[in-house]
Design a protein. Structure first.
Length: 106
């Protein structure tokens, strides 16, 4: 009897996960996309307008948000690590020019 209960519980659990992933989560995802704010493009534009020449493919290769204080750290391809503590109004390079293409300058 315990085995039947376990199989039934597993089937129920899988059904709940499937329902959540296929029906409920896409609604949250679409809502979040409507409220998304691009914070990397203005930084990258400012750096390239200041004369920085990012290597191909350019752009942003990583974003980390500290959920405890809201600080945002961005790695621009060939442009280093940058951090903002004021909702992307101001950026400060934080890698001492060490981080470059493959995250290490030889």
């Amino acid at each position: 009897m315990h085995t039947v209960f376990s199989l039934t519980f597993q089937a129920l659990r899988r059904a709940v996960v499937l329902l959540t992933c296929c029906v409920i989560a896409p609604g949250f995802s679409a809502d979040a996309a409507d409220r998304w704010t691009d914070i990397s493009s203005p930084l990258l534009e400012r750096l390239t307008n200041s004369g920085a020449k990012p290597p191909w493919p350019g752009g942003c290769s990583g974003v980390v948000v500290n959920r405890t204080n809201g600080d945002v750290t961005i790695k621009g391809v060939g442009l280093g690590l940058w951090r903002s503590s004021d909702k992307s109004r101001n950026w400060q390079r934080i890698d001492d020019d060490i981080i470059y293409l493959s995250c290490e300058r030889n």
